[in-house]
Design a protein around this ligand. Structure first.
Ligand code: UTP
Length: 288
Protein backbone atom coordinates (compact mmCIF):
# COMPACT_ATOMS: atom_id res chain seq x y z
CA UNK A 1 0.00 0.00 0.00
CA UNK A 2 1.36 3.48 -0.80
CA UNK A 3 2.04 5.53 2.34
CA UNK A 4 0.63 8.91 3.25
CA UNK A 5 3.14 11.68 2.49
CA UNK A 6 4.33 13.11 5.84
CA UNK A 7 7.59 14.82 4.95
CA UNK A 8 8.63 17.48 2.46
CA UNK A 9 12.03 18.59 1.23
CA UNK A 10 12.41 22.18 0.05
CA UNK A 11 15.66 22.63 -1.91
CA UNK A 12 16.67 26.27 -1.59
CA UNK A 13 20.45 26.20 -1.89
CA UNK A 14 20.80 27.37 -5.49
CA UNK A 15 22.99 30.39 -6.27
CA UNK A 16 20.18 32.47 -7.72
CA UNK A 17 22.51 34.01 -10.30
CA UNK A 18 19.60 35.11 -12.47
CA UNK A 19 18.65 37.53 -9.70
CA UNK A 20 22.03 39.22 -9.46
CA UNK A 21 22.80 41.77 -8.17
CA UNK A 22 20.15 41.46 -5.42
CA UNK A 23 21.14 37.86 -4.59
CA UNK A 24 24.69 38.94 -3.81
CA UNK A 25 23.22 40.07 -0.46
CA UNK A 26 19.66 38.66 -0.18
CA UNK A 27 19.07 34.90 -0.53
CA UNK A 28 16.67 34.13 -3.40
CA UNK A 29 14.20 32.26 -1.13
CA UNK A 30 13.68 35.50 0.83
CA UNK A 31 12.73 37.60 -2.18
CA UNK A 32 9.14 38.67 -1.59
CA UNK A 33 5.87 38.29 -3.38
CA UNK A 34 4.33 41.45 -1.90
CA UNK A 35 4.99 40.92 1.83
CA UNK A 36 5.87 37.23 2.09
CA UNK A 37 9.08 35.56 0.89
CA UNK A 38 9.09 32.82 -1.75
CA UNK A 39 10.01 30.24 0.89
CA UNK A 40 6.79 31.03 2.79
CA UNK A 41 4.60 29.94 -0.12
CA UNK A 42 6.43 26.58 -0.32
CA UNK A 43 6.02 25.88 3.39
CA UNK A 44 2.39 27.06 3.35
CA UNK A 45 1.61 24.68 0.47
CA UNK A 46 3.13 21.75 2.39
CA UNK A 47 1.18 22.70 5.53
CA UNK A 48 -2.05 23.03 3.52
CA UNK A 49 -1.37 19.50 2.24
CA UNK A 50 -1.10 18.28 5.84
CA UNK A 51 2.71 17.95 5.67
CA UNK A 52 4.31 19.52 8.73
CA UNK A 53 7.77 17.90 8.79
CA UNK A 54 9.93 19.94 6.46
CA UNK A 55 13.61 19.83 5.58
CA UNK A 56 14.97 23.00 4.07
CA UNK A 57 18.18 22.52 2.11
CA UNK A 58 20.19 25.74 2.33
CA UNK A 59 23.65 26.87 1.36
CA UNK A 60 26.09 27.66 4.18
CA UNK A 61 25.38 30.95 5.95
CA UNK A 62 21.78 31.19 4.79
CA UNK A 63 20.18 30.33 8.13
CA UNK A 64 18.16 33.57 7.83
CA UNK A 65 15.94 31.69 5.38
CA UNK A 66 14.88 29.20 8.05
CA UNK A 67 14.85 31.98 10.66
CA UNK A 68 11.70 33.26 8.99
CA UNK A 69 9.86 30.31 10.58
CA UNK A 70 11.30 30.78 14.11
CA UNK A 71 10.10 33.24 16.76
CA UNK A 72 11.72 36.68 16.58
CA UNK A 73 11.97 37.86 20.22
CA UNK A 74 12.62 41.60 19.84
CA UNK A 75 10.02 41.98 17.08
CA UNK A 76 7.37 40.12 19.06
CA UNK A 77 8.17 42.10 22.24
CA UNK A 78 7.76 45.35 20.30
CA UNK A 79 4.43 44.26 18.83
CA UNK A 80 3.23 43.17 22.26
CA UNK A 81 4.18 46.52 23.77
CA UNK A 82 2.22 48.29 21.06
CA UNK A 83 -0.73 45.96 21.52
CA UNK A 84 -0.55 44.95 17.85
CA UNK A 85 -2.25 41.60 18.36
CA UNK A 86 -3.10 41.23 14.67
CA UNK A 87 0.52 41.24 13.51
CA UNK A 88 1.54 39.08 16.47
CA UNK A 89 -1.05 36.48 15.49
CA UNK A 90 0.23 36.61 11.91
CA UNK A 91 3.78 35.83 13.07
CA UNK A 92 2.59 33.04 15.38
CA UNK A 93 0.66 31.48 12.52
CA UNK A 94 3.82 31.41 10.38
CA UNK A 95 5.85 29.82 13.20
CA UNK A 96 3.16 27.19 13.71
CA UNK A 97 3.06 26.07 10.08
CA UNK A 98 5.70 23.38 10.30
CA UNK A 99 8.60 21.84 12.12
CA UNK A 100 11.57 22.96 10.02
CA UNK A 101 14.87 21.05 9.89
CA UNK A 102 17.77 22.89 8.27
CA UNK A 103 20.15 20.86 6.09
CA UNK A 104 23.23 22.24 4.41
CA UNK A 105 24.33 21.75 0.82
CA UNK A 106 27.94 22.89 0.99
CA UNK A 107 28.32 23.39 -2.76
CA UNK A 108 25.60 24.13 -5.33
CA UNK A 109 26.11 20.88 -7.24
CA UNK A 110 22.58 20.67 -8.56
CA UNK A 111 19.02 19.91 -7.50
CA UNK A 112 19.66 16.13 -7.30
CA UNK A 113 22.52 16.70 -4.89
CA UNK A 114 20.36 19.08 -2.80
CA UNK A 115 17.64 16.43 -2.46
CA UNK A 116 20.26 13.81 -1.54
CA UNK A 117 21.15 15.93 1.54
CA UNK A 118 17.71 15.00 2.93
CA UNK A 119 18.25 11.23 2.80
CA UNK A 120 18.50 10.68 6.58
CA UNK A 121 15.63 13.10 7.24
CA UNK A 122 13.34 11.24 4.84
CA UNK A 123 14.30 7.69 5.81
CA UNK A 124 12.35 4.93 4.12
CA UNK A 125 9.14 6.69 3.10
CA UNK A 126 7.56 8.37 0.14
CA UNK A 127 8.13 12.13 0.41
CA UNK A 128 7.35 15.44 -1.28
CA UNK A 129 9.74 17.89 -2.94
CA UNK A 130 8.62 21.50 -3.36
CA UNK A 131 10.72 24.03 -5.28
CA UNK A 132 10.12 27.51 -3.86
CA UNK A 133 10.68 29.19 -7.25
CA UNK A 134 7.60 27.49 -8.66
CA UNK A 135 4.52 29.22 -7.30
CA UNK A 136 1.17 27.52 -7.75
CA UNK A 137 -2.18 29.04 -6.83
CA UNK A 138 -4.83 26.32 -6.56
CA UNK A 139 -7.86 25.23 -4.57
CA UNK A 140 -6.33 21.84 -3.75
CA UNK A 141 -2.58 22.14 -3.06
CA UNK A 142 -0.60 20.85 -6.05
CA UNK A 143 1.33 18.47 -3.80
CA UNK A 144 -1.96 16.95 -2.59
CA UNK A 145 -3.00 16.42 -6.22
CA UNK A 146 0.27 14.53 -6.82
CA UNK A 147 -0.05 12.53 -3.59
CA UNK A 148 -3.51 11.40 -4.72
CA UNK A 149 -2.05 10.02 -7.96
CA UNK A 150 0.73 8.29 -5.96
CA UNK A 151 -1.88 6.73 -3.70
CA UNK A 152 -3.83 5.40 -6.67
CA UNK A 153 -0.93 4.20 -8.84
CA UNK A 154 1.98 3.76 -6.40
CA UNK A 155 5.53 4.84 -7.27
CA UNK A 156 6.55 8.44 -7.92
CA UNK A 157 4.69 11.40 -9.44
CA UNK A 158 5.96 14.62 -11.01
CA UNK A 159 3.94 17.78 -11.61
CA UNK A 160 3.42 18.69 -15.25
CA UNK A 161 2.24 21.60 -17.36
CA UNK A 162 1.93 22.26 -21.10
CA UNK A 163 4.37 24.98 -22.10
CA UNK A 164 4.98 27.20 -25.14
CA UNK A 165 7.32 25.60 -27.68
CA UNK A 166 10.09 28.19 -27.34
CA UNK A 167 10.53 27.44 -23.61
CA UNK A 168 11.06 23.67 -24.11
CA UNK A 169 14.91 23.79 -24.35
CA UNK A 170 15.05 25.33 -20.83
CA UNK A 171 12.88 22.73 -19.10
CA UNK A 172 12.58 19.06 -18.13
CA UNK A 173 10.28 17.48 -20.74
CA UNK A 174 8.06 14.41 -20.36
CA UNK A 175 7.42 11.54 -22.79
CA UNK A 176 4.16 9.99 -21.61
CA UNK A 177 0.85 8.25 -22.38
CA UNK A 178 -2.27 10.06 -21.23
CA UNK A 179 -4.49 8.05 -18.87
CA UNK A 180 -7.18 10.74 -18.44
CA UNK A 181 -7.86 13.36 -15.74
CA UNK A 182 -4.49 14.98 -16.42
CA UNK A 183 -2.63 11.82 -15.35
CA UNK A 184 0.08 10.44 -17.67
CA UNK A 185 2.14 7.24 -17.49
CA UNK A 186 5.72 8.43 -17.97
CA UNK A 187 7.89 6.65 -20.54
CA UNK A 188 10.84 9.01 -20.39
CA UNK A 189 12.11 12.32 -19.04
CA UNK A 190 14.65 14.51 -20.76
CA UNK A 191 16.29 17.56 -19.20
CA UNK A 192 16.60 20.64 -21.42
CA UNK A 193 16.13 18.90 -24.82
CA UNK A 194 16.67 20.59 -28.16
CA UNK A 195 13.37 21.29 -29.97
CA UNK A 196 14.10 18.40 -32.38
CA UNK A 197 14.62 15.92 -29.52
CA UNK A 198 11.69 17.07 -27.33
CA UNK A 199 9.09 14.28 -27.09
CA UNK A 200 6.23 16.65 -26.10
CA UNK A 201 5.33 20.10 -24.76
CA UNK A 202 4.65 18.67 -21.29
CA UNK A 203 7.17 20.13 -18.83
CA UNK A 204 8.10 19.08 -15.30
CA UNK A 205 7.16 21.73 -12.73
CA UNK A 206 8.80 21.85 -9.28
CA UNK A 207 6.54 19.52 -7.31
CA UNK A 208 7.36 15.85 -6.83
CA UNK A 209 6.18 12.90 -4.76
CA UNK A 210 9.09 10.47 -4.72
CA UNK A 211 9.83 7.03 -3.35
CA UNK A 212 13.00 6.79 -1.24
CA UNK A 213 14.63 4.69 -3.98
CA UNK A 214 15.46 7.99 -5.67
CA UNK A 215 18.37 8.54 -3.25
CA UNK A 216 20.34 5.54 -4.55
CA UNK A 217 19.63 6.63 -8.10
CA UNK A 218 20.89 10.15 -7.42
CA UNK A 219 24.07 8.70 -5.92
CA UNK A 220 24.60 6.37 -8.86
CA UNK A 221 23.89 9.01 -11.48
CA UNK A 222 26.63 10.95 -13.17
CA UNK A 223 26.44 14.71 -13.54
CA UNK A 224 24.05 15.45 -16.41
CA UNK A 225 23.08 18.63 -18.27
CA UNK A 226 25.32 21.62 -17.34
CA UNK A 227 27.53 19.38 -15.16
CA UNK A 228 24.93 19.42 -12.36
CA UNK A 229 23.57 16.38 -10.53
CA UNK A 230 20.09 16.31 -12.01
CA UNK A 231 17.04 15.13 -10.11
CA UNK A 232 15.28 14.49 -13.41
CA UNK A 233 17.84 11.85 -14.43
CA UNK A 234 17.51 10.02 -11.11
CA UNK A 235 13.70 9.98 -11.39
CA UNK A 236 13.90 8.79 -15.00
CA UNK A 237 16.24 5.94 -13.96
CA UNK A 238 13.29 4.37 -12.10
CA UNK A 239 11.29 3.87 -15.30
CA UNK A 240 10.81 0.16 -15.91
CA UNK A 241 11.47 -0.66 -12.24
CA UNK A 242 8.65 1.20 -10.54
CA UNK A 243 5.71 3.22 -11.70
CA UNK A 244 6.18 6.88 -12.60
CA UNK A 245 3.34 9.26 -13.43
CA UNK A 246 2.97 12.91 -14.30
CA UNK A 247 0.02 14.98 -13.13
CA UNK A 248 -1.17 18.08 -14.99
CA UNK A 249 -2.28 19.84 -11.82
CA UNK A 250 -5.25 22.18 -11.56
CA UNK A 251 -3.98 25.64 -10.66
CA UNK A 252 -2.12 28.69 -11.90
CA UNK A 253 1.67 28.34 -12.06
CA UNK A 254 4.32 31.03 -12.32
CA UNK A 255 8.06 30.34 -12.40
CA UNK A 256 9.30 33.07 -10.09
CA UNK A 257 12.93 32.02 -10.54
CA UNK A 258 13.70 35.00 -12.79
CA UNK A 259 13.15 38.73 -12.24
CA UNK A 260 10.36 38.77 -14.86
CA UNK A 261 8.69 35.73 -13.26
CA UNK A 262 8.86 37.22 -9.77
CA UNK A 263 7.41 40.46 -11.11
CA UNK A 264 4.55 38.51 -12.73
CA UNK A 265 3.94 36.66 -9.45
CA UNK A 266 3.70 39.98 -7.59
CA UNK A 267 1.14 41.31 -10.06
CA UNK A 268 -0.86 38.07 -10.00
CA UNK A 269 -0.94 37.97 -6.20
CA UNK A 270 -1.75 41.70 -5.99
CA UNK A 271 -4.79 41.17 -8.20
CA UNK A 272 -6.07 38.63 -5.65
CA UNK A 273 -5.59 40.87 -2.61
CA UNK A 274 -8.16 43.41 -1.46
CA UNK A 275 -5.49 45.62 0.13
CA UNK A 276 -3.79 45.99 -3.28
CA UNK A 277 -7.01 46.86 -5.17
CA UNK A 278 -6.29 50.61 -5.05
CA UNK A 279 -2.85 50.40 -6.62
CA UNK A 280 -4.01 47.80 -9.14
CA UNK A 281 -6.79 50.16 -10.29
CA UNK A 282 -4.41 53.13 -10.35
CA UNK A 283 -1.96 51.24 -12.58
CA UNK A 284 -4.75 50.02 -14.86
CA UNK A 285 -4.13 46.36 -13.91
CA UNK A 286 -7.83 45.62 -13.45
CA UNK A 287 -8.39 42.14 -11.95
CA UNK A 288 -10.26 39.69 -14.21
P1 UTP B 1 17.66 26.71 -10.34
O1 UTP B 1 17.82 25.86 -11.52
O2 UTP B 1 16.69 27.82 -10.43
O3 UTP B 1 19.09 27.28 -9.95
O4 UTP B 1 17.30 25.76 -9.11
P2 UTP B 1 19.47 28.44 -8.94
O5 UTP B 1 20.91 28.27 -8.61
O6 UTP B 1 18.53 28.50 -7.78
O7 UTP B 1 19.24 29.79 -9.76
P3 UTP B 1 20.09 30.40 -10.97
O8 UTP B 1 19.89 29.46 -12.13
O9 UTP B 1 21.53 30.52 -10.54
O10 UTP B 1 19.46 31.74 -11.18
C1 UTP B 1 16.04 25.15 -8.97
C2 UTP B 1 15.80 24.86 -7.50
O11 UTP B 1 16.80 23.95 -7.02
C3 UTP B 1 17.49 24.50 -5.91
C4 UTP B 1 17.29 25.99 -6.03
O12 UTP B 1 17.42 26.63 -4.77
C5 UTP B 1 15.88 26.09 -6.61
O13 UTP B 1 14.90 25.96 -5.59
N1 UTP B 1 18.92 24.13 -6.01
C6 UTP B 1 19.56 24.19 -7.21
C7 UTP B 1 19.58 23.70 -4.88
O14 UTP B 1 19.02 23.63 -3.77
N2 UTP B 1 20.91 23.36 -4.99
C8 UTP B 1 21.57 23.41 -6.19
O15 UTP B 1 22.78 23.06 -6.21
C9 UTP B 1 20.88 23.84 -7.31
Amino acid sequence: MPQKVRKAVIPAAGLGTRFLPVTSAVPKPLLPVIDKPLIFYAVAEAAAAGIHEIAMVLSPGLEAVAGYFSPNGPMEDALEERGDTERLAMLHEIHGLAEVTVLEQTEAKGLGDAVLMARAFVGDETFAVILPDDLIWSNTPAITQLAQVAEEHGGSVVAAKRVPRETIPNLGIIDADALGDGVHRVQGLIEKPSLEKAPSDLAIIGRYVLTPGVFNRIEQGAAGALGEIQLTDAIAAAIGQESLHAKEFDGHHIDAGTPAGLFAANIYEARRRDDMAGVIAELGLIPD
